[in-house]
Write a protein that binds this ligand. Structure first.
Ligand code: GLC
Ligand code: CA
Length: 570
């Protein structure tokens, strides 16, 4: 496998609005990020992905861009951005921006001009169709945020436009070469500034199955999931290859695609040697337990299901490329609230369990990608009523739950489990007012647990979740183990033992002329103790342990509840 500059790094996602507010308006900003670069450096981060900071009405928190060449004044200005790129580089951190080009904002100049003259040049930048009241829509796809993907074109009674997300996010027409050219020159303009690359938003949606047509309805609303269309659409990689050729390849840029539901056979095209992305996120665990009917029908997954999903992804990619390993992001609940069984976070082993989940995920083959706050063990937040919810997706899902017959109390419980606000509450820096995030009123309330869970307290505590993540990151950088941790093969161990997730990473020891090196990662994924038979090998080193001690006798590890260990074997 060809070595790439980013393979050995640890990446970190910043959701700027909630990271650090520098001027007291309650909204995180670029100066706040600059302020915290030393922190990221201290943690050991090598790549930072910034969720969108472009000019935007923030209808979908910046995933609705009204000017790709400007920074939204709430986040700062272009000088701040240039400074951030420069200062990050000094610390050996590459800045990755969010590339949101399936759609723009309805307040983007292109869309405004399209509304002024749908038959002109800009009308062809979007999917605009004739339509008269009472007529059937061109297709019955359900938008990701609920309702049909078609809305009336502002100012026109007889025209509609397509938006697979919110109606304030009109889809760009990628079939139009002019649109693609505009996008590529924008990308190159940014890369020229010294960006390390892009995370590429919702990109699979750029290829539509045309002409528009219906699929069987799957809910009472008569609409169908967009997956039907994505399944049928062909040729997205033609666009992606072109984009890589015209933009990323020239800069040796890093790209991480947001792709759901890919087929195994497609992986080489996406992330193989000549794939169109450097990497993609592993959503295999995130999509498990999901139900097309809506959040209210989702099921919580068990430790064994989690393990199985991780190993599936490892297997699929072992000879192909790298995925980004995540337990959460800005669209998902907090990983510790989602993947740890109910009650654990309120129990005596919360810290051990958080470390176990983090460690098991981090040590998989691929690029570890932390989400802000994960490193201090941030948890889901709790809302009492739908009025406290900001996330547009959660608002839609609340309605979906009510329509399915749930009471408002039941529906809000579901929202608390899955709302995207869970990951978007402000970063908990310390135990001062608003967790040190802002001196003003935070745009989204701080999680009430910030007195206990915050960076300041954890930094000072050698047994904290934070220090554990720092150790993991340092281990990945350690020249003695890096080759194995980054490139070594993953081999599941005792795969059928219940509530145990264990695997080897088998690689080479660079320090010893490429001698074989075996690392064993073990996690007792439960509240009870568990005996784990160790492979018949000598333990050379304990590289990490979430307890101060361990108990091994006659080749058996008597693991404590939630015990997690990394062992070097010979
Ligand atoms: C991606 C983003 C999400 C956004 C959507 C539309 O899934 O991660 O936050 O709402 O795309 O851009
Ligand atoms: Ca601010």
């Amino acid at each position: 496998m060809e070595r790439k500059w980013w393979h050995g790094k640890t990446a970190y996602q910043i959701y700027p609005k909630s990271f650090k507010d520098s001027n007291g308006d309650g909204i995180g900003d670029l100066r706040g990020v600059i302020e915290k670069l030393d922190y990221l450096k201290e943690l050991g981060i090598g790549i930072v992905w910034l969720s969108p900071i472009y000019q935007s009405p923030l209808a979908d928190q910046g995933y609705d861009i009204s000017d790709y060449y400007r920074i939204d004044p709430r986040f700062g200005d272009m000088n701040d951005m240039d400074e951030l790129i420069r200062e990050a580089k000094k610390r050996d951190i590459g800045i990755v921006m969010d590339l949101v080009v399936n759609h723009c904002s309805d307040e983007h100049e292109w869309f405004r001009k399209a509304c002024e003259n749908p038959d002109g040049k800009y009308g062809k930048y979007f999917y605009i169709q004739d339509w008269h009241e009472g007529e059937k829509l061109p297709c019955n796809w359900r938008s990701y945020f609920g309702g049909p993907v078609w809305s009336k074109l502002p100012g026109h009674e007889d025209k509609i436009y397509l938006h697979v997300f919110h109606k304030k996010q009109p889809d760009l027409n990628w079939e139009n070469p002019e649109v693609r050219r505009e996008i590529y020159s924008m990308i190159n303009w940014w890369l020229e500034k010294g960006l390390a690359g892009f995370r590429i938003d919702a990109i699979i949606n750029i290829k539509k199955a045309l002409p528009f047509h219906d699929y069987p309805a799957d809910r009472d609303d008569g609409l169908c999931d967009i997956d039907n269309m994505l399944e049928e659409a062909r040729g997205v990689t033609d666009f992606l290859d072109e984009m890589a050729r015209e933009c990323f390849d020239k800069y040796n840029a890093f790209t991480a695609g947001e792709v759901f539901n890919e087929k195994e056979s497609e992986l080489p095209r996406f992330i193989g040697e000549n794939g169109c992305f450097s990497t993609m996120f592993d959503f295999n665990e995130a999509i498990l337990g999901q139900d097309k009917k809506g959040w209210y029908a989702h099921k919580k997954i068990t430790p064994d299901e989690y393990k199985k999903a991780c190993f599936e992804s490892q297997k699929k990619t072992e000879n192909v490329g790298f995925l980004c390993n995540i337990i959460e992001n800005h669209d998902e609940p907090r990983g510790v609230s989602r993947y740890l069984p109910e009650g654990v976070l309120d129990g005596p082993y919360a810290i051990q369990a958080k470390k176990l989940l983090g460690g098991l995920n981090f040590m998989l083959r691929g690029l570890p990608f932390l989400y802000q706050g994960q490193e201090i063990g941030m948890e889901n937040t709790r809302c009492e009523s739908i009025n406290q919810i900001d996330d547009i997706s959660a608002r839609d899902q609340y309605q979906v739950a009510l329509n399915a017959g749930l009471s408002p109390e039941e529906a809000i419980k579901i929202i608390n489990l899955y709302s995207r606000d869970n990951a978007r509450t402000p970063f908990q820096w310390d135990d001062n007012l608003n967790a040190g995030f802002t001196s003003g009123t935070p745009w989204l309330p701080v999680n009430k647990n910030y007195k206990n869970i915050n960076l300041k307290a954890e930094r000072d505590d050698p047994d904290s979740v934070w220090n554990f993540y720092r150790d993991l990151i340092q281990l990945r950088k350690n020249p003695k183990y890096q080759e194995t941790i980054v490139y070594g093969k993953t081999e599941p161990y005792l795969i059928n033992q219940k509530n145990l997730m264990a695997y080897f990473r088998r690689g080479l020891n660079q320090n010893q002329d490429g001698a074989k090196q075996d690392i064993l990662i073990l996690g007792n994924f439960q509240d009870q103790e568990q005996d784990i038979i160790l492979p018949g090998a000598i333990i050379q080193n304990i590289l990490l342990n979430n307890y101060h001690d361990y108990h091994i006798k006659n080749g058996v590890l008597h693991a404590k509840p939630w015990q997690f260990m990394i062992l070097e074997l010979i």
